[in-house]
Every structure is written in structure tokens, then in C-alpha cells.
Design a protein around this ligand. Structure first.
Ligand code: SAH
Length: 467
């Protein structure tokens, strides 16, 4: 993060705007909306700003900027078209440790002004750290379109009843569950439908309703996080990620996905790098049980899909034995995600009528596969965890009848900005291992469909690398 996002209380506080043009007018209007005590210094004012000043509540000093103007301000904005004045304002304010913004000149600013979605008291501030104000505006337009205007009214209603709810529910977890149910339930729906009165009575009823329990009941959500790109998680996964109290995640779960988890959830890394198991499977199973028994909503977040080479089954078996409620949310498995992002259809009428997912790594470290069943024509094979068995799988598939020329794709870190695709053939695979640095996670796709990649690839800056 290049900037610390904060919301500043400028109500009744002295703020200074130097400049009298249109840009200054916009800044003055913004400060006024936040209740600031605004002084404008400028010999002349544009019509817009003159208009604002005429409405009252703004001090206008019709003269050039003077060093003394900075004194006692809590915030200063320079918006003149005179560079040396802007410079001077910035320098003086900086020396006095007063937050200063010089419009369109990041180098002279100690703070920047975000794009704002205003549903007061709800506010969303967007910044690109000065990189692209246009992008911030575009993003703002999108956010505007999916935050209902009624959010402001909803927040005001909540604010009004906050103390009452605090008195009624003394435990902070209980309060949170109460508010989650209110804000995702009938009260919010009534308000969005413009039925504010009914929303208010529904909220009052909910507070008084002693039959409803907001006791913490432990539960485990076994959730597939997909192969890496955060856009590929499901709506349901996102919702559960936002309400979890504790998160147990694997190495495969990408940082951008983790960034979507509720900020104050307890994060527990369960690791699992090949040959370097951070937590044994048994300890993970026990951990999930313990956390749920403490009454926590536990998010067990796994790369890809939890039921495809993810040991999800083993984990919920333990939960089922212990009588702990759980739910399973599918994710896009690496084979599907990587194939799509590499431009390789796993089946295709002209090339493959079936597709088979296999693991190249067994529990005891060996590779013991039914090669005969794999080496079939018109079939795509996807190897998970196959990096260490590349030589074996190339040798065995050839020995069992697949031509040496069968195309093979290796997709590394698929669906992420670091995705790399290597196109080989079964015959050239072993040499590749020696030549290139192959890193996990990599998925190996074998079959005639791989030829289509040349035509259908679409994702990523690196494109495909032909050896
Ligand atoms: N449950 C996961 C698979 C876990 S096994 C899923 O459904 O995807 C781990 C293997 O998945 C890795 O060794 C690698 O072969 C594959 N894999 C997972 N994410 C990947 C990615 N982003 N790119 C390439 N391969 C990936």
C-alpha cells in the first residue's frame, strides 16, 4: 500500500483552499459537504465558486496567498494554476506537518483525494494511489451501480439501534451474528423496497425476540478457492469467506484470494508443501474439530476443488464422526482452470471424447498407475502433482502405445499473472525437465487437444513458450 486510507473528521475545523478556479470550486464543495470551516484565498473567483461563496459559510479572502494563511489549518489544498504558489503552499504546509494536497501534482502532496461513492453515512473511497484517476472514476461508476442507494438509510437505522443492541447482546460475537442476520435478511429487504417504517418495526421485533438465539454454533465450511485467480471463486465461497471467524488455508490458496477473507478472522496456515508437511493431515482434522467446538465458524480453504485431490473427503469424515455441521463449496479445479486459461479444451469432438484426472504422486511417494487405461486414443489425461514423475509418465505412456509425438502442455501457476505454458511432446518431455526450471504448482495435460492451444490461447502477457 502506498497510502494509508483514513476518513478525516473536518467538521467545523479550519481548512484552506488556495485558488479560485473550477478545480478549487470542486474541492471547496467537497469540504463543505464534510462540514469543514472553509477559507478560500484567491484574487478572483470563477462563477461556480462565486456562487458557492454567495450561499454563505465560506470565508473568501480576495487577495494573493500569504504565508500566514496556513496558520492553524487542519488541511490545505492548493489548486491554483501558478506552479510557484502551489509549490510554496506545499512547502509551508509540509514544514508545519499540515496535510496538504496540490491538485494533479502527486509529488507535492502529503495526501490524495479519493473518488467517492457517497451513501452517507456509508462511504466508499477509491484510490489508485495517484496512478490513474480515470481508472478510479471508472471503478467508482461500477461500485455506484451495485450499492443500492438505500444503504445510507440502512446504516442510519443500524446506528440508531446500536446501543440498544449492545445492551441486549453483551457478547460481541452474538452482536455480530445478530447484525449479520438483520443486514442480510428481512429488515434490509424491507428498507431496499422503500418500506422504511416496516423495516424499523421488524428490527425492533428482532431485538426483542428472545426465542431467536444468536449463540455461536460451530460449523466448518469446506471451500474450494479455485486455481488462483480470485475472480474464479463462487459467490457462495465469497459470502462464507466474509463471515468466517477462523480460516485454515493451504499453500495453494493464492494471496489475492486470501485478501477477500474477513479482515479480523484468525488466519491459520496449514501448509503442505511436497515433502514438507507443515501440519499433518491428522492435526488438520483435529484442528478443525477443536475450532468448531469452540463455537467458531471455520473456513477450510483449499486450492481448486476440495474433492479433487484435496483430501476434502478425509477432513469432513472426521467432522461427520464428531457430529459437527459442515458444508462443502465446490471450486474450479486446476485442470479446468488451467486448461481454460491456456486455451486447451479438455474434450473436443475432433480430438478427445473423454478426459481423465490422475495424480502423479501417491501417498508413499511412488507412481503406480494403470498405464494401460491411461494410454488410450481420443482421451485427454491431466496429471496433478506430476512434476516429479515426468520422466516416468513419459516413458510409461510411450511404452503403453501413445506416440512419442503426442502433444503435452505444462501449465505452471495457471490462471495467475505468473501463468506459464510450455508445449512439448511425450518424447521431448524428459529433456525439458533438465532444461527449464519447472516449479509447482504445475499441471500436465497430455493429448491431441493440446494442439488447439496455438489457435485458442488468449490469456496472459507471456503467451505460450515454444521450447
Ligand atoms: N484440489 C486441487 C488440487 C490439489 S493437488 C484442485 O482441485 O485443483 C495440487 C496440484 O494441483 C498441484 O501439484 C498442481 O498439479 C495442481 N494445481 C493446483 N493449482 C494449480 C495452478 N494454479 N496451476 C497449475 N497447477 C495447479
Amino acid at each position: 500500500m502506498k497510502f494509508l486510507p483514513i476518513f478525516l473528521d473536518v467538521n467545523d475545523r479550519p481548512c484552506l483552499v488556495v485558488g479560485g478556479g473550477k478545480v478549487a470550486a470542486r474541492k471547496v464543495a467537497l469540504l463543505k459537504r464534510s462540514g469543514a470551516d472553509v477559507t478560500v484565498v484567491s484574487p478572483t473567483l470563477c462563477a461556480e465558486l462565486a456562487n458557492l461563496c454567495d450561499k454563505g459559510g465560506i470565508h473568501h479572502k480576495a487577495r494573493e496567498f500569504d504565508d500566514q494563511d496556513i496558520q492553524g489549518r487542519v488541511l490545505v489544498i492548493a489548486a491554483t494554476d501558478n506552479e510557484s504558489v502551489n509549490h510554496k503552499v506545499s512547502e509551508l504546509a509540509t514544514n508545519m506537518r499540515i496535510p496538504v494536497n496540490v491538485v494533479d501534482t502527486p509529488a507535492l502532496c502529503s495526501f490524495i483525494v479519493p473518488s467517492i461513492v457517497d451513501r452517507s453515512p456509508v462511504q466508499v473511497a477509491i484510490s489508485t494511489g495517484g496512478a490513474s484517476p480515470v481508472l478510479a472514476r471508472l471503478l467508482r461508476a461500477r461500485i455506484e451501480s451495485f450499492i443500492p442507494a438505500a444503504y445510507g438509510r440502512l446504516a442510519s437505522l443500524v446506528d440508531e439501534f446500536r446501543q440498544k443492541v449492545k445492551d441486549r447482546f453483551t457478547e460481541s460475537d452474538q452482536r455480530r451474528y445478530f447484525w449479520e442476520s438483520v443486514l442480510q435478511g428481512r429488515v434490509a429487504e424491507l428498507l431496499f423496497a422503500g418500506r422504511d417504517k416496516e423495516a424499523r418495526s421488524a428490527l425492533e421485533e428482532a431485538i426483542d425476540d428472545t426465542s431467536q438465539s444468536y449463540e455461536t454454533q460451530g460449523e466448518v465450511y469446506l471451500v474450494g478457492a479455485g486455481p488462483g485467480d480470485p475472480d474464479l471463486i463462487t459467490f457462495r465461497a465469497l459470502r462464507l469467506m466474509q463471515q468466517a471467524d477462523a480460516v485454515v488455508y493451504d499453500r495453494l490458496v493464492s494471496q489475492p484470494v486470501l485478501d477477500l477473507v474477513r479482515r479480523d478472522a484468525e488466519m491459520i496456515y496449514a501448509g503442505k508443501e511436497r515433502d514438507n508437511h507443515t501440519l499433518s493431515q491428522e492435526s488438520i482434522n483435529e484442528l478443525l474439530v477443536r475450532l468448531a467446538k469452540e463455537g467458531k465458524r471455520v473456513l477450510r480453504l483449499k486450492g481448486g476443488d476440495p474433492f479433487i485431490f484435496g483430501r476434502g473427503g478425509e477432513e469432513i469424515e472426521t467432522l461427520a464422526e464428531e457430529g459437527i455441521p459442515f458444508q462443502v463449496v465446490p471450486g474450479i479445479t486446476a485442470a479446468a482452470g488451467c486448461a481454460s486459461y491456456a486455451g486447451i479444451p479438455l474434450t473436443h469432438r475432433d480430438y478427445a471424447q473423454s478426459c481423465i484426472f490422475v495424480t502423479g504422486h501417491l501417498k508413499d511417494g511412488s507412481v503406480d498407475l494403470d498405464w494401460e487405461r491411461l494410454a488410450k486414443p481420443a482421451q485427454t489425461i491431466v496429471f496433478y502433482m506430476g512434476l516429479h514423475s515426468i520422466e516416468i509418465l513419459s516413458r510409461e505412456l510411450i511404452a503403453h502405445g501413445l506416440p512419442e509425438t503426442t502433444p503435452v502442455a505444462l501449465v505452471q501457476k495457471g490462471t495467475t499473472p505468473e501463468q506459464r505454458v510450455f508445449i512439448e511432446t511425450l518424447g521431448s518431455l524428459p529433456a525439458l525437465v533438465k532444461k527449464k526450471e519447472l516449479r509447482p504448482p504445475t499441471i500436465i495435460i497430455v493429448g491431441e487437444v493440446v494442439q488447439l492451444q496455438k489457435k485458442l490461447r488468449w490469456f496472459g502477457m507471456h503467451g505460450a513458450e515454444q521450447n
